[in-house]
Design a protein around this ligand. Structure first.
Ligand code: FE2
Length: 245
């Protein structure tokens, strides 16, 4: 869920607050059009602290904690959820383009009506008793992941007048410890809301922004059952996947 917070009077001079040894992030921590960033962005230059044992070594996830059925968001409840079933699959790659195996990939999303199964979501759209909206899996030895889910609906938010989020799925790639986590959002091709979305538009590198839009893939599509979309995640280097909170 994107936050929506009133924050008048914030200075745009605060957009870039990083010290020389910390690269300026893209998107910036403070993006005036994305209003909740005014409150949550840092107000002083960042400093890199040395990682301690906890940051470098914990937590470690083993395959025993992640069940294969956790990757199917359409199963596990009493019935089938409403909406368009889709397969979302891709690879997790490192900065050199090599597959990253055994990575915990987590997703969460709204249902087909654009409603999250969360107490903070007040959108007057129906909840689906057969859709919790969260799943997870581990990448295989080739860095691949695969989810079965429902295509999420767009939803309104209070960022500005008549503001609607494009359909999206939130992704987290945990890494091997706390310092490596990457959180972002995946979009669907051809969404007319993308040019109007301050979160998506806050990414200055437009090639990087395009990488957040999944592509329809006939090879991922399952005949007679579900369309397939591909979304690869790059954890570093010049084609790193942008962070989107
Ligand atoms: Fe969201």
């Amino acid at each position: 869920m994107a936050g929506a917070t009133m924050a008048g009077g914030q200075s745009s001079m605060r957009a870039e607050m990083t010290s020389l040894d910390v690269p300026a992030p893209d998107p910036a921590y403070y993006c005036p059009a994305y209003r909740s960033t005014a409150l949550r962005s840092p107000k002083n230059p960042l400093r890199i602290l040395p990682a301690g044992l906890t940051e470098r070594r914990a937590p470690v996830f083993g395959p025993s904690r992640v069940r294969p059925e956790d990757a199917d968001l359409t199963a596990g409840l009493a019935g089938e959820p409403l909406g368009e079933r889709v397969v979302v699959a891709g690879e997790v790659l490192d900065a050199a383009g090599r597959p990253v195996r055994n990575q915990l990939v987590e997703i969460w999303q709204a249902n087909a009506s654009g409603r999250y199964n969360h107490s903070m979501d007040k959108h007057p759209a129906p909840l689906d008793p057969n859709f919790a909206g969260a799943g997870r899996c581990l990448t295989d030895d080739l860095g691949r992941y695969r989810f079965i889910t429902i295509k999420p609906g767009p939803y309104p938010w209070q960022n500005h007048h008549n503001a609607w989020r494009p359909a999206h799925i939130h992704f987290s790639v945990f890494g091997t410890n706390f310092t490596e986590r990457l959180v972002t959002q995946m979009y669907f091709p051809g969404d007319p809301l993308l040019p109007l979305d301050p979160i998506y538009q806050s990414i200055r590198d437009k090639n990087a922004a395009l990488a957040l839009v999944s592509r329809f893939d006939l090879g991922t599509t399952v005949e007679g059952w579900a369309l397939g979309y591909r979304f690869d995640i790059v954890l570093g280097g010049p084609t790193v996947t942008p962070v989107e909170l």
